[in-house]
Design a binder for this molecule. Structure first.
Ligand code: GLC
Ligand code: CA
Length: 514
């Protein structure tokens, strides 16, 4: 099987603007990242997901790509990028890049060519209506920006014109092309070219932005048969030409694995298992299982998680995140003690762990920051990495940094390295433990107890994991051999009794039961 490296991968997500500034201009850069690879490795991470590094006007944090074949000067030179990849590989680490297939920047040269009033070879590379007064329902169309007769459809913000991968259901053939049309197929070939370019530069795969957004009118929610066909075709190319390349989708649906992705992010979408586990507080009517007042429901989480897992487990993986550049950080909603329980649970469930930079030290979501580069509410999760107590928390020498830096005597790398009980040192222990047991990277998973705010108990092969998210002692009717060794615990280890387990407040225990 190809891509075997994914099975034991532990990713660290880097938002390049915010990680480490090597030249004092206030923005993070490739050299800064390269200099910190040993730090990332020391956590127990062996792979990196780098957010967009391409030339961009940054109207959506780099997800508006101006030139797909060039790095952003903000982050350094082409050589700096190559050096980053080379150094990561020399340290035994993999790097996946962010692929933005659905839309370009409005400043992308192909788009500007497509926008010319006279017909040319790129006229159909983007999606244009026929007339300048056409505003088709269900689409966001931008008018009056270019001299081409017609409006163009955008995929996300108005600065991000949709590339034309065609339509599955063609309602109006005067401007909608089939996804099987030559024009749509040419876009697909162009995308393959982008992928080959970066694979030849040494990357090991891609995190695929809005992977389900390519073909328009492609069924309701999730399934997306034509978009799946496109990805299957791309996956076939990769299997043939770059067989060890990993594709991780932003799709959050079992269909993505059927479409050829190796892993798929379980995102913070309304009421999904990830929210029911840790992110309920972001929605008015949902509580997460880790809610300290016990208003969450392990049963609901387990049901959704298992149903979804059954659909993907033979062919792919969940990508399980501590957070990402789009979601609020879990701190300060949770204390470091709770975060230890949450990370332990998340990363002993079946899936590939993704740690967002700074989550290993419990960096806080910063509320009410003015939006920068159209981050809006997401801006508060993108503040610079907190390395130490020096100027700009050791991130940069600049007078002004990309976003304000938080100086926090407890939440920085240097302080936490010194403190044995810190979240940072805990993450290292957790990842080392995870790595030491093949059960955690196997497909074996079974829920033994999941009910309301009671302890959640699950088996990974011969291991039994027990978590109590509440401040009170609880019992569960899961019988464990009293001689079963405790391999790992936070707080007091759960105690096997004749009728079940006594589980200490705010605790996590792993037994080996044979
Ligand atoms: C994805 C990215 C997000 C971006 C959007 C548009 O959701 O994660 O940051 O704004 O796509 O590309
Ligand atoms: Ca810099």
């Amino acid at each position: 099987m190809n891509c075997t490296w994914l099975k034991s991968a532990v990713f660290y997500e880097i938002y390049p603007n915010s990680f480490m500034d090597s030249n004092g201009d206030g923005y993070g850069d490739f050299k800064g990242i390269t200099g910190k690879l040993d730090y990332i490795k020391s956590l127990g991470c062996n792979a990196i997901w780098l957010n967009p590094h391409y030339d961009s006007p940054f109207m959506d944090g780099g997800y508006d790509v101006r030139d797909y074949f060039k790095v952003s000067e903000r982050f350094g030179t082409e050589e700096d990028f190559d050096e980053f990849i080379k150094t990561a590989h020399a340290k035994g680490m993999k790097v996946i890049l962010d692929l933005v297939p659905g839309h370009t920047s409005e400043q992308n040269a192909d788009f500007l060519k497509s926008a010319e009033p006279t017909e040319n070879e790129l006229s159909d590379r983007f999606i244009w209506t026929r007339g300048e007064w056409d505003f088709p329902q269900g689409f966001k169309a931008i008018s009056g920006r270019h001299n081409r007769k017609g409006n163009y459809i955008v995929n996300f913000y108005s600065t991000q014109p949709s590339l034309n991968y065609g339509f599955n259901r063609v309602d109006d053939p005067s401007w909608q092309m089939s996804y099987k049309s030559d024009a749509a197929k040419k876009t697909r070939e162009w995308l393959k070219g982008v992928m080959r370019f970066w694979l030849d530069r040494g990357c090991d795969g891609f995190r695929v932005d809005m992977a389900d957004s390519l073909v328009k009118n492609d069924g309701e929610q999730g399934e997306k048969p034509a978009t799946s066909e496109v990805w299957k075709d791309i996956r076939a190319m990769l299997d043939k030409e770059y067989p060890d390349t990993v594709l991780v989708s932003e799709w959050s649906n079992a269909q993505s694995i059927r479409a050829g992705f190796h892993a798929d992010f379980m995102l913070d979408h309304h009421g999904n298992p990830y929210n029911l586990l840790v992110r309920g507080e972001e929605e008015p009517d949902v509580y997460s299982y880790f809610d300290i007042n016990g208003r969450g429901d392990a049963g609901k989480f387990a049901q959704g998680f298992c149903e979804w897992y059954d659909k993907i487990k033979d062919d792919g993986y969940f990508a399980l995140i501590s957070c990402n550049h789009d979601t609020p950080r879990l701190a300060p909603n949770y204390t470091h003690e709770q975060l230890k329980l949450i990370y332990s649970t998340l990363f002993t469930l079946p899936g590939v762990p993704f740690i967002y930079y700074g989550d290993e030290i419990g960096m806080k979501y910063i509320k009410d920051l003015p939006s920068v580069e159209c981050g809006f509410a997401r801006t508060g999760s993108r503040t610079p990495m907190q390395w130490d107590m020096t100027k700009n928390a050791g991130f940069s020498n600049a007078e002004r940094t990309f976003l304000p830096t938080e100086i926090d005597k407890a939440v920085n790398v240097v302080a936490q390295l010194k403190d044995k009980k810190s979240l940072l040192n805990f993450i290292k222990e957790l990842l080392a433990f995870r790595k030491s047991r093949a059960e955690f990277t196997s497909r074996d998973f079974e829920v033994a107890h999941a009910k309301g705010g009671e302890p959640l108990v699950y088996r990974r092969g011969g291991l039994i994991c027990v978590v109590n998210p509440l401040k009170v002692k609880q019992s569960v009717p899961v019988v464990v051999n009293p001689k079963a060794p405790v391999l790992f615990n936070i707080g007091k280890a759960a105690k096997p009794k004749k009728t079940g387990l006594d589980v200490a407040p705010l605790s996590f225990t792993v037994f080996e039961s044979k």
